[in-house]
Unconditional design. Structure first.
Length: 376
């Protein structure tokens, strides 16, 4: 059964989406998932089922077949209680040289090592006999639903996500690295969206993919409606056992990846990454102390900018013309987060801990109450 998206429920959004309303509307971008959902007794001495609820997401800026093909990029962190490897070199060099991998907190090392092995196996660097690299791996914590200390993400799952990477329509919700994630007290996960931004006589595409695992229920806002307050009496999560110690409401993380075909230089992509915070704020994010909120933006334009030996010429948009891209960034982040929640399905995990899907009927009722439902 096809999963519903936010627009299918009549939630109104600003801006014009691309064909798929997805990060893959940016030409060349490919995304793949490995989703690991299992009640496995083989890991348990007590023979009680181990609840595995995790996965891996792979994002290729210009497609995996082109191999080593750096693009301009930059990143920003709203709150740094999280990890995204490789960002130091992105800051220094201005280039993203690897796919972007997303997974759970305890699997960053496995994913990074697996990508390096994959580089060797497929000759990622082509003619380079001697190379070094810093794969980009971001994480959010899924330990409230997933047996995170069982280290269930393996090399085969990383390769599955890589091999599954493609353009076009993307799954959302409980898929890939977002499989075991929660948002605003409800089930969260993976979401995506896109916008067409017009600058003078040229149209550019801005797309986002989020791994959403953050937020306090009372702050959840959709289309300007205080949904979290409207649903304050709805039981959206059940915690029966650890890990619950020291967890404060709002702890979690969100990783956001922004892609665009607009010709932007690294310092301008930093400005784009900073505008992700606006979209997060629109749905009720506050950058909680226990939340890792890390964002990366890249441009697929200036395809020949990277050259080890020769000077290159590149094109860029004037800073004075960037505001439509800022607006598009905020819009795609907002919709991606809501898409992740709308597509997500109720999930029971470790110790019977449960994250309940955002109830579509109650959400529609609340939007109607505030006269914010988009009925065509």
């Amino acid at each position: 059964m096809k999963k519903l998206r936010a627009r299918d429920l009549g939630i109104p959004f600003e801006g014009i989406p691309g064909e798929y309303n997805s990060i893959t509307d940016v030409k060349g971008v490919e995304v793949g998932y490995s989703t690991i959902i299992s009640d496995d007794i083989s890991f348990s001495a007590s023979k009680n089922p181990i609840k595995i609820r995790t996965g891996v997401t792979a994002i290729f800026p210009v497609g995996k077949e082109k191999k080593f093909n750096p693009v301009y990029a930059n990143w920003y962190s709203l709150n740094g209680n999280g990890e995204m490897t490789g960002t130091t070199w992105i800051t220094e060099s201005g280039f993203l040289e690897s796919p972007i991998m997303l997974t759970n907190t305890n699997s960053v090392g496995t994913v990074l090592d697996s990508v390096l092995k994959w580089y060797v196996d497929i000759n990622w660097y082509k003619t380079d006999d001697w190379w070094y690299t810093y794969p980009v791996v971001g994480e959010t914590f899924d330990g409230f639903l997933n047996d995170i200390y069982g280290f269930h993400v393996k090399e085969k799952h990383v390769l599955e996500a890589i091999n599954n990477a493609s353009s076009g329509v993307l799954e959302e919700g409980n898929v890939g690295g977002g499989t075991g994630m929660m948002s605003f007290g409800f089930k969260g996960g993976t979401g995506t969206s896109s916008r067409i931004a017009r600058i003078k006589d040229t149209s550019y595409t801005v797309g986002a993919l989020v791994q959403s695992n953050f937020g306090i229920k009372k702050n959840l806002t959709i289309a300007g409606v205080p949904i979290g307050l409207e649903l304050k009496d709805f039981e959206s999560s059940i915690f029966n056992g650890p890990p619950t110690s020291r967890r404060q409401e709002g702890d979690g993380s969100i990783i956001v990846v922004i892609a665009t075909d607009a010709p932007l230089l690294p310092h301008q992509l930093k400005r784009i990454a900073q505008r992700v915070t606006i979209g997060i704020g629109m749905v009720g994010g506050r950058g909680a102390n226990g939340s890792g909120e890390i964002f990366l933006a890249f441009s697929t334009a200036n395809k020949d900018a990277f050259n080890r030996n020769e000077n290159t010429q590149v094109e860029t948009i004037s800073n004075d013309q960037m505001t439509p891209l800022f607006e598009a960034t905020a819009q795609v982040v907002e919709e991606s987060i809501i898409n992740a929640m709308v597509a997500a399905r109720t999930m029971e995990g470790v110790n019977g801990n449960t994250a309940v899907a955002l109830p579509h009927d109650l959400l529609i009722d609340a939007l109607q109450k505030y006269n914010r439902l988009n009925i065509e």
